[in-house]
Write a protein that binds this ligand. Structure first.
Ligand code: FAD
Length: 420
């Protein structure tokens, strides 16, 4: 799939499709790396890049929602980035080297490129039911906020990160909340069982019950309320239903163009697609993970940033392999949940219980090297431990499980000894 030729000297026009977290960061990174050709950044949404993480956290708790923008329009203009908002790319012609858009003022436009970056994000998975709200964009967040009011009852479908964050936000606004989860436990995808159990206990302490192995089989509007029929036969009369049941990568555009797609746009370690002039990054990209030897796709804020940097360098011929340690965080009530590395790659695990209430789960491979870490508890302690754990994962050296388990041995000193 990859080419070793440095094609950067003929690169004068770069088009980035998707003006979200990753695409906008990549456009700015191109300038930081000295690219002085044309950059066109095309985004379907009508506002310039904003942070999505607050949409399911702080934005639900406050009365007035303010978007957090990583860059101002002035900064983008100063960087001479041709920003086209409210414009959708409808097709890619690989042979001609163009994208076709819905133009700002009606009609189609063809935009030529020497390099193309697809930073298309992902879309919420949907239930085959009416009356369900989803959360991806700021507009979705506004619609959800309008449904949250004290004394109401919210049904959350899905006990993943987004579902649980919404549950916490709605609870903090005084709503009754019920969470149903089709799987046998919460956070089944990337959080170990012991850590997930502590998160569930936190929700229960706030009066939010979790019903596992339960799905919604029917929803029926009754006046201004909704009757939800659950798979165990139970019925709930609620004010609103929101689903956080995962996301699917936005790949239709790439697939139609003939690029290789397999749970994400398939890229190599430099984030090149099956066409070496086209790159993909962020939520929509499936990339080879050097540590696990497998192919992964991450939906995380840090990954969107890291891959934006790698993609920008690669498009300029400064081939860089993408090797960052995956990292994710979530805020629920006054606690933080954070994960580094890839789940399911460890052979065994040790648990470290810190005095401040932080529970840290450390996954080790057969050589006792750290491959995965997950923690929940007060934010400062979680952030500190996971930061060190990331470095231990990157160091990839055998560690003493007894020391890892002992909260009396600072992780930092383990790192120091491991990297000496
Ligand atoms: C509610 C919410 C909370 C989150 N919380 C966290 C968190 O706590 N921690 C964490 O690590 N991550 C979190 N994430 C995930 C993180 O925000 C994403 O991983 C990140 O936004 C991915 O960036 P991206 O650029 O790949 O995709 P996006 O930011 O989604 O940007 C993709 C953009 O491409 C546009 N687009 C798609 N197709 C086209 C087209 N054909 N033409 C033009 N434009 C197009 C889309 O409209 C979109 O604006 C959260 C996500 C959501 C939705």
């Amino acid at each position: 799939m990859s080419t070793s030729a440095d094609l950067s000297s003929d690169v004068r026009r770069i088009v980035v499709v998707g003006a979200g977290e990753c695409g906008t960061h990549a456009a700015m990174a191109l300038r930081d790396k000295g690219f002085d050709g044309e950059i066109t950044l095309i985004g379907r949404e009508s506002v310039h890049a904003y942070e999505r993480p607050p949409l399911s956290k702080g934005a639900l708790a406050v009365d007035e929602m303010a978007l957090v923008h990583p860059w101002t329009p002035e900064q983008l203009a100063q960087a001479h980035i041709d920003l086209r908002l409210g414009v959708e790319v409808m097709g890619i012609d690989l042979e001609a080297g163009t994208v076709t858009t819905t133009a700002d003022a009606g009609g189609e436009e063809e935009i030529p490129w020497d390099r193309l970056l697809l930073a298309l994000g992902s879309d919420p998975r949907r239930l085959q039911l009416d009356e369900v709200t989803y959360l991806r964009t700021h507009e979705d967040a506004e619609a959800l906020r309008a449904l949250l009011h004290p004394d109401g009852h919210l049904l959350v479908v899905g006990a993943g990160f987004i579902g649980l964050e919404i549950a916490a936000g709605a609870r903090e606004r005084g709503m009754d909340v019920t969470v149903v989860e089709a799987g046998s436990r919460a956070l089944g995808r990337i959080v170990p069982e012991e850590v997930a159990a502590q998160v569930v206990a936190l929700h229960e302490a706030h009066g939010v019950p979790l019903r596992v192995a339960t799905t919604v089989t029917g929803l029926r509007r009754e006046g201004d309320r909704v009757r939800a029929v659950l798979s165990d036969g139970d019925e709930l009369l609620v004010d609103a239903v929101v689903a956080g049941i995962g996301a699917t990568p936005t790949t239709a555009l790439a697939e139609a163009a003939g690029l290789l797609v397999d749970d994400g746009i398939v890229v190599d370690e430099a984030l090149r697609t099956s066409d070496p002039r086209v790159f993909a990054a962020g939520d929509c990209a499936s990339f080879p993970d050097a540590r696990s030897g497998g192919r992964v796709r991450l939906e995380s804020w840090r990954n969107a940033h890291d891959q934006a940097e790698t993609a920008a360098a690669s498009m300029l011929g400064q081939t860089e392999a993408h090797v960052a340690v995956p990292w994710f965080w979530s805020d629920q009530y006054d606690q933080m949940l954070s994960v580094a590395g890839l789940p399911g790659t460890g052979e065994r695990a040790v648990l470290r219980h810190r005095d401040d209430g932080v529970l840290l789960h450390l996954g080790l491979d057969a050589q006792d090297r750290l491959v995965h870490a997950a923690a929940v508890g007060p934010g400062a302690g979680v952030a500190k431990d996971i930061r060190v754990a990331e470095k231990l994962i990157a160091a990839a050296v055998p560690l003493d499980p007894a020391q890892l388990e002992d909260p009396g041995v600072p992780l930092r000193s383990i790192l120091k000894a491991a990297t000496a």
